[in-house]
Design a protein around this ligand. Structure first.
Ligand SMILES: C[S@@+](CC[C@H](N)C(=O)[O-])C[C@H]1O[C@@H](n2cnc3c(N)ncnc32)[C@H](O)[C@@H]1O
Length: 417
């Protein structure tokens, strides 16, 4: 049987994403696992699929300019792919048009061919028209999200943020000092570049498969260390990592503790917890004990009781992910205004459930990868107001347009002695 091409897989991914509303990353993992593609074809699938998701409103704007009448969804997906290649990927015209038309069933060839040929003829006018569109069209962001950022950060920063979200993310990795010394790492992986100001972080041009396999590094953005640094775990301590999977921060906590002490790493999602177990095994962190637990529904498991009270707890809460939208491309299309009311309640409930497990004088770090004050400062205010005996010691924020890394928030709270 003939293997599907990169373009066919990208189209299948777009259709699955639209019809089944599944996470984009889950769709690409599933489709690529089955496909027999070269490395460059795999990258091409990802470029096409994520490129279209990043530019959805803009591509639909051009489709609207080129075809006044209604466009059926399956044809629209094909046109989105074609226009993305023509205008944003600068694929040679012949290949973009010819290969995209071939994706359509025979009876739709005339529409796809007609629209893409018209697009090549009207290229300069269409690009000028796009430049004159409002920001939410030019950068393909939901209007409600853009408006809240404009209100919160001002027009200039909101625009920078949208543009940041549309640039492919750099590949950053944290060197895992448990398994390798940073100097040796740099010699062994000469294609890695150290990040100025973040000596334990390196940048790669492509995923460093061997280094990951050997647990020499972990793919992570430098902004993720803020929470672990604020927690400041020491060797020998008992640490609760309440929302731990897939274990990026857990691995760093173990390193900071020099692998001495105990980390109880909980998560409600069994599949993600399995990924955490695999990750911490590769990173060489036997002090981590993974435990499936839902803080908002389940009774406390006996393993937690038997530990006694914790010295410190990290609550890296589920959130709207608005700080990591350049990595989680489809997040912008999943979010709804009501999420900013629902998520803070969940974040508060999870954190409240962990506070009682802290010893007097114990430290709790609450963190998110959200840029929204409802999920950050306001959750902390509510914790302070409703849970007497907690004191705020410090807060740290990473903003993409200010700091050049993903968005993140962390607050350090201390339970009174
Ligand atoms: C932001 S992620 C954690 C990322 C992780 N700390 C890391 O650094 O790799 C949030 C996690 O919280 C988990 N989660 C969400 N609601 C939960 C709940 N009620 N109880 C326990 N875990 C929960 C999710 O399954 C998800 O894995």
């Amino acid at each position: 049987m003939e293997q599907p091409s990169a373009r066919q897989i990208a189209l299948a991914a777009l259709r699955l994403w639209r019809r089944e509303k599944r996470f984009a990353d889950a769709i690409t993992s599933q489709l690529l696992a089955r496909a027999d593609l070269t490395l460059s074809d795999r990258s091409f699938v990802l470029e096409l699929f994520y490129g279209v998701l990043r530019n959805l409103t803009l591509l639909d704007f051009w489709i609207g300019c080129l075809r006044g009448s209604r466009v059926e969804s399956n044809v629209r997906d094909i046109l989105r792919l074609g226009l993305y290649q023509l205008f944003l990927l600068n694929t040679p015209e012949h290949a973009a048009v010819h290969e995209t038309v071939a994706l359509a069933p025979q009876k739709q060839h005339p529409i796809v061919n007609g629209v893409l040929r018209a697009a090549t003829r009207q290229r300069s006018e269409l690009l000028v028209q796009a430049d004159a569109q409002p920001l939410f069209v030019r950068t393909s962001h939901p209007q409600f999200l853009l408006e809240r950022w404009q209100q919160h950060f001002g027009a200039e920063h909101a625009e920078e943020l949208c543009k940041w979200n549309n640039r492919p993310a750099a590949i950053y990795a944290r060197i895992n000092r448990i398994n390798i010394d940073p100097e040796i790492f740099l010699q062994r992986y000469p294609d890695s570049r150290r990040l100025p100001g973040n000596p334990d972080f390196v940048e790669f041009d492509t995923l460093p498969a061997t280094a990951l396999e050997l647990g020499h590094c972990y793919i992570q953005d430098p902004s993720t260390v803020i929470a672990s640094q604020l927690l400041d775990p020491k060797p020998g301590e008992r640490i609760l990592d309440a929302c731990a999977a897939p274990g990026g921060k857990t691995g760093l906590l173990a390193q900071l503790m020099q692998n001495r002490g105990t980390i109880i790493a909980c998560d409600r999602d069994s599949e993600r917890l399995q990924v955490l177990k695999d990750n911490v095994a590769r990173l060489g962190a036997p002090i981590v004990h993974a435990l499936r637990h839902d803080w908002t529904h389940d009774r406390l498991p006996k393993e937690i009781f038997s530990i006694g009270l914790f010295d410190k707890a990290l609550v890296d809460a589920p959130c709207a992910n608005t700080g990591v939208m350049r990595r989680r491309i489809d997040v912008r299309w999943r979010l709804r205004p009501e999420d900013f009311c629902r998520m803070p309640n969940e974040q508060f409930s999870i954190t409240r459930a962990t506070v009682q497990l802290l010893k007097p004088g114990g430290v709790l770090v609450y963190s998110t990868c959200s840029l929204e004050s409802e999920e950050n400062e306001e959750v902390v205010r509510r914790l302070l107001a409703e849970l007497p005996g907690l004191r705020l010691e410090s807060e740290r924020v990473s903003l993409p347009f200010r700091d050049g890394f993903d968005g993140a928030f962390a607050a350090k709270l201390v339970r009174s002695a």
